[in-house]
Design a protein around this ligand. Structure first.
Ligand code: ZN
Length: 425
């Protein structure tokens, strides 16, 4: 496991590559932004939008897939500013939180037509369970449906232009050709849409699932897409994308953040709408040795808002904690609709844990602290100065799993003794 010499992203991240200087492709993509003529890109965007404005205003001009989050607020606000009449479409998340619902209602109040599609809850729970057990991703149905449902509605309502947000391959690292791409089509979805080799068509007949159950998770047929001329663009290609700035814009328009950091995260303003997201992020940590805190630290670091040593300290403090709660909801309650117990969940976690990345004992068993947290093997990213890391002092302890979940101690609240803590050497 090697880390980018500029940010704190490890090369275990899928599609991320380090160049000869040890710099990752996400950092290189960001570096190249300085040379982009954004005025030119904005004009290009306006030309595309003009081509898609509905003649005589008889139909919507574009369709915006929205979750209600900071980015979808930003996309919607920008489209309204550019004179577009959008139809906003939400594919409901797997386990919508209260603050998520509040933000959806806020987005509707921006002055747009809006449709929300909620898939069959029973089918959804089955897909969550299959995703978790088979590919280690509880969020599999969500990641599929946030792409398929808006595209299906674009076909149905005959609105050809879809306005997506960031290109994750550009923001987080990916092949150059795909990072510079500004079109989201079926090929992009198949490659980067998070299907993890579990294809929708393969699910028919599993646990009683029928083709009918999977309609919302199925990408429209090629001839239907062609008939309407469906095309999707990444707004992040045309406007300099910054999630933090988007959050500020969204907040200025009534978007609600949390009063404390989201569990496993560094910030208060994103991934607020689905209680299952903590599990999704934790599995990323188990498979690749980094979590959401790393993603966020890198985004802020590249934009000069965080030093590398602070980023490193924050990542060590927040990444990869066992997801006992998310957005305040206890793990047991999150798993209940799936029919998965905490014991089974822990066993699934162990099955998907990359043992090359984590400390094991002499018998090859994963070493966990009393809260069930694992310990990443060294080396960690090159560290210019010693940094306090109270979260990593549990190395070597193999205490039993707690009978009851410990109280969540995450968030941005100060930890007593942090100032004096020394990193174990
Ligand atoms: Zn980097």
């Amino acid at each position: 496991m090697r880390y980018c010499t500029r940010c704190v992203m490890p090369d275990t991240r899928p599609d991320l590559a380090l160049d000869a200087e040890g710099v990752c492709n996400a950092c290189r993509h960001f570096e190249r932004r300085a040379a982009i003529d954004w005025d030119q890109r904005k004009k290009e965007l306006e030309r595309i939008l003009d081509r898609h404005r509905s003649p005589g205003g008889r139909n919507w001009d574009c369709l915006i897939p929205v979750s209600g989050g900071k980015d979808s607020h930003f996309q919607t606000i920008r489209m309204l500013e550019l004179g577009m009449n959008p139809l906003c479409v939400t594919a409901t998340t797997c386990d919508l939180s209260e603050v998520g619902r509040r933000n959806i209602e806020n987005l509707k109040s921006l002055g747009v037509d809006y449709v929300e599609v909620t898939t069959n809850r029973r089918v959804r729970a089955t897909l969550n369970r299959i995703g978790l057990r088979e590919v280690g991703d509880i969020s599999w149905p969500e990641h599929v449906s946030i792409f398929t449902i808006p595209v299906r509605l674009a076909v149905q309502f005959r609105v050809p232009l879809l306005i997506w947000g960031e290109n994750s391959q550009n923001e987080y690292g990916g092949p150059a050709a795909d990072a510079d791409n500004h079109v989201l089509d079926r090929r992009w979805l198949d490659t980067y849409g998070g299907l993890l080799g579990l294809r929708v068509a393969d699910l028919v007949g599993r646990e009683g699932l029928t083709a009918r159950d999977l309609i919302p998770f199925t990408y429209p047929a090629e001839e239907d897409l062609r008939a309407v001329g469906v095309t999707g663009l990444f707004l992040g290609y045309f406007l300099p994308w910054d999630g933090f700035a988007n959050a500020l814009v969204a907040q200025g328009h009534g978007f609600t953040t949390l009063p404390h950091c989201v569990e496993g995260s560094l910030v208060t303003y994103e991934n607020l709408d689905n209680h299952q997201t903590g599990i999704h992020d934790y599995f990323k940590f188990l498979k690749f040795g980094f979590g959401r805190a790393t993603d966020l630290a890198c985004l802020h670091l590249r934009r000069g808002r965080l030093s590398r040593s602070d980023a490193l300290a924050l990542v060590r403090r927040h990444d990869g904690k066992f997801p006992w709660t998310y957005l305040g909801k206890p793990l047991g309650k999150i798993l209940e609709p799936l029919g998965v117990t905490i014991d089974e969940f822990v066993a699934i976690c162990d099955r998907f844990t990359n043992r090359d990345l984590f400390v094991t004992d002499a018998k090859g068993r994963l070493v966990k602290d009393r809260d069930g947290n694992l310990t990443l093997k060294r080396p960690e990213p090159a560290d210019p100065k010693p940094v306090a890391s109270p979260g990593r002092r549990a190395e070597g302890r193999t205490g039993p799993k707690p009978a009851t979940p410990p109280r969540h101690r995450g968030g941005c609240r100060p930890t007593p003794g942090l100032r004096h803590a020394k990193r174990p050497s």
